[in-house]
Ligand binder design. Sequence first.
Ligand code: SF4
Length: 185
Amino acid sequence: MRYHNITKDDMLNGDGLRVVLWVAGCSHCCRECHNPITWDPDGGLLFDQAAKQEIFEQLDKSYISGITFSGGDPLHPANRLDVREFMAEIKEKYPHKTIWLYTGDSWENIMQYPLMKYVDVLVDGEFHADEKDVKLLWKGSANQRVINVQETLRQPDPVSPILHCGNYADSYKVTEKPASVGCCG
Ligand code: SF4
């Protein structure tokens, strides 16, 4: 896997203060994508032990709520296995930290992926420029969904996602959270 950046104390890509891994590789080609530089899976830097350590140092901090995987698309075929293995390692080392995942894929197509057992919140769907709304919470366009993965998977029929929050901050269960400018928006 390759990556472009690791951002720290991030408030725009999930609950609380987070470390964000921006991976390389995306084949969705959304119109008006904010990060087209991340589309090439051969771009950026090799995700090596030093990069992992940089993330662990952030997760060691008590005030860091967890990690967000963004990009690019962490579920691009070039990334999926490495992301799954890294998520497993994180959940074992930091069972109380949350994992958020941004992808251009739709929940219905990816809900069976083994890595979903590690994901707390998934922001799914391609960015639709004609549905863009900068006031949306944690997402860039109205078609995307912020999904509570574990609650959804516990349902008898997980195909209908249970949402983690409403579309806007004023309907959010923790009202002080800011709006997102995440990967897919
Ligand atoms: S908006 Fe997200 S899913 Fe769409 S092309 Fe850009 S990085 Fe890929």
